[in-house]
Design a protein around this ligand. Structure first.
Ligand SMILES: *Cc1c(COP(=O)(O)O)cnc(C)c1O
Length: 394
């Protein structure tokens, strides 16, 4: 019998390799609600967190908790079944109607998570023999959705509209789908959506925009990155997530009525899963109200972004150009990035080190995320500490 490696020993060796490469991931245990002033199980004092995607500070908002309480009183906890069987409640229906109108689309479909929306929608739209054109730094869930679809995955350099045009021109695939993050999750920049839509129109393809980081933040009343550019087209399929700026969890796809009807019939990650608890839809209806009336929160957030990027004049490290709450500082080396993250931690500032495969090799970074819940003083302290560490760790 041939000798096979013992899979258990293989895993142990693999974990040791991750350690050596500075790539071993560990979770920290949070003991307070999601807010900047955070307590962790592994330390006595509080830290100021710059890591959540709770851009508007809604995750611990009492009005959302109150809506969830009302929801639980009305519905209890579970939905009992998938949406197509008996798990589609009036709260879900009301949420879909509200979300569609809010982003200016005909109709919407509510998913339990953004990951599930992405891995389901792409296989429902394209398949074997078709082609998906994807920005090189798109979110992992979009890569997985493309792989599941079995369509050819053609990646174009980050935001390179000309390269995309050439690849579209060269393709003979009968069905094509262009897919992009609206705001790139690890870089913070905004996709050239106007140009991408023009290509989608010219080539009669879908343009799927994953607006996990734009919904609630960009555009009038936080209606998202399509409204930021004033775009509208039957070619557009919009995906927004509800666990970031909206402060709860879940996601939705919005588009033309026929698109949503098709997805309702064909999306396996929608069909073969239990509906999210209806109480979350109640909380989300309140979240959309708070987003719509959230200009003060967005103005404070924008002021913090401007303050941070104006103050952080780095020499060795690089602050990526970004007008969004995602403000990445690229350090490069995995170990140095970890060391900086640990040094910040020692100062009571929680900023995670983001390493490959989440970002390209050699581009490890601090992913600093600002929120309307931060104060100017908290942002100033982060800037001052980063500047000091850049000098001290040289
Ligand atoms: C967070 C995120 C997702 C996944 O959404 P979840 O609701 O957290 O599953 C998808 N796309 C992008 C760009 C994201 O940042």
């Amino acid at each position: 019998m041939p000798e096979y490696p013992d899979p258990l020993e293989e895993l142990d060796a693999g974990l040791a390799e991750l350690d050596t490469a500075g790539l071993r991931r560990r979770r920290r245990i949070v003991t307070t609600p999601c807010r900047p002033d955070t307590r962790l199980a592994d330390r006595e004092d509080a830290v100021t967190a710059f890591c959540s995607n709770d851009y508007l500070g809604l995750a611990a908002e009492p009005a959302l908790a109150a809506a969830a309480h009302q929801g639980i009183d009305r519905w209890g906890v579970g939905s009992g079944a998938s949406h197509l069987v008996s798990g589609h409640y009036a709260a879900h229906e009301a949420l879909e109607t509200r979300l569609a109108a809010f982003v200016g689309m005909d109709d919407a479909l509510y998913f339990s998570t953004g990951y599930m929306a992405n891995i389901g929608v792409m296989p429902a739209l394209v398949g074997r023999g078709d082609a998906i054109f994807a920005d090189k730094v798109n979110h992992a869930s979009l890569v997985d959705g493309a792989l599941l679809s079995r369509a050819e995955l053609i990646r174009y350099p980050h935001c390179d509209v000309q390269a995309l045009a050439a690849r579209l021109q060269a393709s003979t695939a009968p069905r094509k789908l262009i897919v992009t993050d609206g705001v790139f999750s690890m870089d913070g920049d905004i996709a050239p959506l106007r140009e991408l839509l023009a290509l989608a129109e010219a080539h009669k393809t879908w343009l799927l925009v994953d607006d996990a980081h734009g919904f609630g933040v960009l555009g009038p009343q936080g209606r998202g990155s399509l409204t930021h550019f004033g775009l509208n087209s039957p070619r557009l399929i919009y995906m927004g997530t509800l666990g970031k700026a909206a402060g709860v969890s879940g996601a939705f796809i919005a588009g033309q009525r026929s698109v949503i009807d098709w997805l309702l019939n064909k999306t396996r990650s929608y069909i073969f899963t239990t509906g999210a608890p209806p109480l979350l839809a109640d909380a989300l209806l309140t979240a959309v109200d708070l987003i719509e009336h959230g200009d003060a929160r967005r103005a404070h957030l924008q002021a913090l972004i401007a303050r941070f990027s104006a103050g952080l004049k780095l020499k060795r490290w690089q602050l990526l150009p970004s007008e969004t709450p995602i403000q990445p500082v690229v350090i490069g080396d995995n170990h140095e990035t970890l060391a900086v993250s640990r040094a910040l931690d020692a100062e009571g500032l929680w900023v995670p080190a983001i390493r490959p495969p989440t970002v390209p090799k050699g581009a490890a970074r601090l992913r600093i995320v600002l929120s309307a819940a931060h104060s100017e003083a908290q942002v100033d302290r982060l800037v001052a500490t980063l500047l000091r560490l850049e000098g001290a760790l040289a």
